[in-house]
Design a protein around this ligand. Structure first.
Ligand SMILES: [Zn+2]
Length: 211
């Protein structure tokens, strides 16, 4: 067993998710950039709580988790979101986590629903239940190259409420990153319109929007 794990380290050495350096899953340099803090911003009246300022390092960590399904990178994002949930002090009575769902295309391509998957683990660690209340109603574009205005119209009316999701009540939205807030504000709008009360949103990363 020992020999096998040493052999696999030789063939597939552990690399830093941030910079690809051989060694551990996050090196000390990247750890300085990916070190959970607590940032509170307000986007269209929604409290957005985040752990990490977006950077090229953060972008590589998120891609490693989202697109390559690397468990160590998942772990960094889970850890960041749990840190914020513990810092934000939402109060844990009758609050539930609502993950931002993945589109059917992304689900198929990645073999899983990224944020809903992470949410299950976050729920285990925080004892806050998950309620998969949101569904995507129509095709949305990848947002990464869109301006703030284009993102808002891209997301407008994109979310609906899944069937048989009861009871309604207090919820916290969970996503990997917030930029303009188009996704979380649209999700909050849909939930609030259907009898939920969105207390805020928690994301691993906080990015500066494109102008
Ligand atoms: Zn690194």
């Amino acid at each position: 067993m020992h020999v096998i794990s040493e052999l696999s380290q030789l063939l597939f050495p552990t690399r830093c998710y941030g910079c690809n350096a051989i060694g551990i899953s996050i090196c000390s340099n990247c750890r300085r950039e990916w070190h959970p803090h607590y940032y509170l911003t307000h986007i269209q009246g929604l409290r957005v709580n985040s752990a990490i300022l977006y950077s090229p390092t953060a972008s590589r960590i998120i891609l490693a988790a989202k697109e390559n399904g690397l468990k160590g990178a998942d772990e960094l994002i889970i850890e960041a979101i749990v840190h914020v949930l513990n810092s934000a002090n939402f109060g844990k009575h009758n609050v539930r986590l609502v993950p931002i769902p993945s589109s059917a295309n992304n689900r198929r391509r990645r073999g899983r629903s990224f944020i809903p998957d992470l949410c299950n683990e976050i729920s285990k660690r925080t004892s806050i239940p998950v309620i998969p209340a949101l569904q995507i109603l129509r095709k949305v574009q990848d947002q990464s190259t869109l301006s703030a205005k284009a993102r808002a119209s891209n997301m407008h009316g994109a979310f609906g409420i899944a069937e048989n999701i009861y009871p309604r009540g207090d919820v916290i939205l969970i996503d990997d990153i917030v930029t303009t807030g188009a996704t979380v504000s649209e999700a909050a709008r849909a939930l609030n319109a259907h009898g939920f009360r969105v207390l805020g949103s928690v994301t691993a990363c906080l990015a500066q929007p494109l102008r």
